[in-house]
Design a protein around this ligand. Structure first.
Ligand code: NFS
Ligand code: SF4
Length: 642
């Protein structure tokens, strides 16, 4: 690579494996990545970026141009248009998470009612706990009774017509009351999404405040509804994760093995897929084809799911999906739903890689579709594995370029297991965590989550922010592509605390043997953070509500509608949340003012937008300090040297 090209690639990513693959892409005129397409897209549409274009009806499309067309044809102002666009993003994100949740309920139903033994209840404790929260009484002697009831009640939450969702009752009482008083307690999960679509139809809700409030309610239905159901039932079906070792980055791909990548979000298939890849017959077949074995690795959140439960390696996060294929040694990539770039088929065409779609909800022109259903899960999984195995011999060795980077990490933390750890093996309790915060060894905790986006140097926002936070004695929990970024950066190894964490956090990490950045799972697992925050309040000593806690949240490289929904449910739960890019609403000063200020008076949390991850980390730290002061906690024990 020439120096110039190298520099160029470096600005795109801080991850050496990705920089290397971007170099490969630059050398080859046939290869194009999201970064190239992003460049070609410049300048991006200002109206879209500011959120002041509307094409909701055919009197439009309309766009707001000050002093020329201050409103749309119907009279909608910039405030209305921006708020409508934003809450529609929330509806999209909440729908994606929640429809995933619904599918998990169907898988549970299949496990208990179906003839198919591919799924079974793995975590009865979790099932029992959920049943209790749902108010289901046990009936002795009836096997699967609880599972059936839990599935029924869960399914009912999506279409609930009366009263409000059940799981928000897990929140502290003050928070629960506040949601009721403010009229943002979610009713049915689907209903809140549909109501957004109704209210944003031409000529319905015009008041930006009223629209944004519905956005908060819909997002709560995601975090405390659809996403929480997804997480809980995945734990019931596939087991609640426990801390384990794994490896992450493109270097987990093996030159001499069949490499199969699972990419997407729903673990129902990837779970059985990992099982299928261990089938002795298929392993034999791989050996006959000349491979040493079968290697499964993941991309995006399905990767997080199977890493958390089985220690399956992760090949990369969102922006590495194309780069993985460019290594030339991916024999098959199986995709389901969400965050799958349509460009994959084009990239795969340049290599021997078989791309296979599996969900009836997500097909790709020209891509082979092997439909997955719960009833024939294992058989479908085996068929797909076999496809990959028999494709091994089609590799073109001159095209193979595999980065070496593969970092070790400990993953598999949950709102239960983190503090099993902190509480010692005898007693699961949040006491040690709360005490560490109260006595000032820990300043507080932060959730850093969300995507990658070629508008921001890949992984730079996540890792820089996490490093700054841990240096300042803030324990970091991470999910989604942020967690993958931190893992690649080595921040999820326990010994990294000695090097990078502040003295107080280092003490805590040393005492309990945890890394300073904890992998809490996929994006639906952000619901684990909600549970964690509620548990911290319940443990006592840190106030009566989530908004009292010395905590903050961030999504420093966000891109998806799901991230918008997540941001909104954190804020609605009382958490100060920092994003790098503002939401596409900057064309409305009022909407920005509402999100960054006014909303705090309603829910106790608000947004801030800061491009620089170190500055953003300090906004979070300042917020944490403010909360410490409000709680009259002691000053933090250790000063941080720069
Ligand atoms: Ni979350 Fe997971 Fe990644 Fe963003 Fe996409 S994979 S659900 S949306 S890009 S973190
Ligand atoms: Fe234009 Fe109003 Fe129609 Fe939107 S709803 S396209 S602003 S006329």
């Amino acid at each position: 690579m020439t120096d110039d090209k190298e520099k160029n690639a470096e600005k795109k990513s801080v991850d050496p494996a990705s920089v290397e693959m971007l170099g490969v892409a630059e050398e080859d005129d046939d290869l194009e990545s999201a970064w190239d397409r992003y460049e070609n897209m410049q300048p991006q549409c200002r109206f879209g970026e500011e959120g002041i274009c509307c094409r909701i009806c055919s009197m439009g499309p309309c766009r707001i141009v000050p002093e020329k067309s201050e409103t749309g044809v119907c009279g909608a102002t910039a405030d209305t248009i921006a708020a409508r666009n934003l809450v529609r993003m929330i509806a999209g994100g909440a729908a994606a998470h929640s429809d995933h949740g619904r599918d998990v309920v169907h898988t549970l139903t299949e496990a208990i009612e179906g003839e198919n033994p591919d799924y079974e209840v793995k975590d009865y404790d979790k099932l029992n706990k959920l049943a209790r929260d749902f108010g289901i009484e046990e009936e002795n002697g009836k096997k699967n009774y609880l599972a059936q009831k839990v599935a029924e009640v869960s399914l009912g939450e999506f279409g609930r017509q009366k009263e409000t969702l059940i799981l928000p009752e897990r929140a502290p009482d003050e928070r629960y009351e506040l949601w009721k008083e403010e009229g943002i307690m979610p009713r049915g999960i689907d209903r809140e999404v549909v109501e957004i679509m109704h209210r944003t139809h031409m000529g319905v809700d015009t008041d930006y405040r009223n629209l944004l409030k519905q956005g908060l309610r819909c997002a709560l239905g995601d975090g405390w509804g659809g996403s929480m159901i997804a997480t809980e039932l995945q734990d019931v079906l596939f087991g609640t994760p426990e801390p384990l070792r794994a490896r992450v980055n493109l270097g987990v791909l093996e030159e001499n093995s069949v490499n199969l990548i699972v990419h997407g979000h729903e673990p129902a298939l990837s779970e059985v897929f990992t099982q299928a890849a261990r089938d002795p017959e298929l392993i034999n077949l791989a050996e006959e084809e000349g491979a040493e074995g079968i290697n499964v690795a993941g991309i995006c959140c399905t990767a997080n799911e199977i890493l958390m439960r089985h220690g399956i390696p992760i090949a990369g996060n969102f922006l590495q999906q194309e780069l993985a294929i460019m290594t030339g040694i991916v024999d098959l990539m199986m995709v389901d739903v969400q965050c799958i770039m349509p460009a994959l088929s084009e990239v795969a065409d340049n290599f021997h890689t078989d791309l296979v779609s599996t969900s009836p909800k997500a097909k790709f022109p020209g891509v082979e579709h092997v439909e997955f259903t719960e009833e024939n899960a294992l058989q479908v999984a085996k068929d797909i594995v076999k496809k990959g195995v028999t494709n091994f011999s089609n590799r073109e060795s001159e095209k193979s370029k595999v980065p070496e980077e593969a970092e070790g990490l400990i993953g598999g933390f949950t709102s239960e297991s983190v503090f099993d750890f902190l509480g010692g093996t005898y007693r699961a309790t949040y006491r040690p965590l709360n005490d560490a915060i109260i006595d000032g060894r820990l300043r507080g905790a932060a959730g850093v989550v969300g995507c990658n986006n070629p508008d921001t140097c890949h992984d730079y926002g996540h890792t820089k922010m996490a490093r700054e936070l841990i240096k300042n004695d803030v324990l970091v929990v991470a999910t989604g592509c942020s967690a993958i970024a931190d893992g690649k950066d080595g921040l999820m190894k326990p010994d990294v605390a000695f090097e990078l964490a502040g003295e107080g956090l280092e003490e805590v990490c040393r005492a309990v043997g945890i890394p300073p950045v904890l992998h809490l799972g996929s994006c639906v697992d952000n619901s684990r953070i909600l549970t964690l925050l509620s548990n911290m309040v319940a443990e006592g000593g840190l106030g009566d509500d989530i908004s009292d806690l010395p905590v903050a949240g961030a999504a420093p490289e966000w891109m998806s509608e799901k991230a918008v929904s997540i941001g909104f449910y954190f804020v609605a739960s009382g958490v100060f949340t920092v994003l790098n890019q503002p939401f596409p609403v900057t064309g409305s000063k009022n909407v920005i003012q509402y999100l960054t200020d006014e909303v705090e008076d309603i829910v106790g949390g608000k947004f801030a937008f800061e491009q620089d991850p170190v500055k953003a980390a300090h906004l979070m730290i300042d917020q944490i300090e403010e909360k410490r002061e409000d709680l009259s906690l002691k000053p933090v024990m250790y000063q941080v040297e720069d």
